[in-house]
Design a protein around this ligand. Structure first.
Ligand code: SAM
Length: 202
């Protein structure tokens, strides 16, 4: 993961920044759930100075990466040790949850469990869920990307009993977590096998 987050992942920063109207998420922090060492949150905080981020992860990842980044934007990025399967902190009023390369590590049943926890905040605070993850576009994709995702699908299944998903599969999974949880926007940037998807309670 360290090698990935310091090399390939940087390619995604610009794609992600352009795919979402980040400036609209000022009513509360954006929570980067499963955010690892916080490299994405720190990049977004650098680009969008009006935003605050909370990086939640099972493992305390704070010190090593943060120490390499200037104080601004680091002051707007805080860290919480949080298990995604546990209730979210009561005093947290998030404008959005952001999950990058998290759900593809888990089978539907586990993702739905996580989503149901987020739904309670979405209902209360109107929070959005933004996700950047692999999204198989059958027949519409350069064969290279289809190969990458199908390979990853087998890899995820062998390691975690998880899988890669098509857009209708993502939508169905979210709708199972809550009947009013709908896809608002999906961006499939050219040059990326990962899509950026935005879900809200309608
Ligand atoms: C594939 S990494 C993605 C990291 C980061 N979002 C990125 O794109 O660079 C998955 C992350 O989920 C975290 N994770 C795994 N199980 C978790 C759990 N139960 N609760 C919270 N985070 C978890 C891992 O520690 C890891 O940082």
């Amino acid at each position: 993961m360290t090698s990935w987050s310091t090399s390939l992942a940087t390619l995604y920063y610009g794609i992600l920044a352009d795919a979402v109207d980040w400036r609209s998420f000022t009513s509360g922090p954006v929570v980067d759930l499963g955010g690892g060492n916080g490299h994405v949150a720190i990049d977004l905080a650098t680009r969008f100075p009006s935003l605050e981020f909370i990086v939640q992860d099972l493992l305390p990842n704070e010190s090593a990466f943060k120490a390499t980044v200037p104080p601004e934007p680091v002051s707007r990025v805080t860290y919480q040790v949080q298990d995604a399967f546990n209730p979210q902190p009561e005093d947290l009023e998030p404008s959005a949850y952001f999950l990058k390369a998290v759900f593809h590590d888990w089978p539907d049943i586990a993702c739905i469990q996580i989503l149901k926890i987020l739904v309670s905040k979405m209902l209360k605070f109107g929070s959005t869920v933004i996700m950047m993850d692999q999204c198989l576009q059958e027949g519409k994709f350069p064969l290279y990307f289809e190969g990458v995702i199908r390979h990853s699908d087998i890899f995820m299944f062998s390691l975690f009993g998880a899988k890669e998903r098509t857009l209708p599969e993502w939508e169905a999974m979210f709708a199972t977590a809550h009947s009013r949880l709908r896809l608002e926007k999906a961006v499939q940037p050219s040059g990326s096998e990962s899509a950026v998807m935005q879900f809200a309670i309608t």
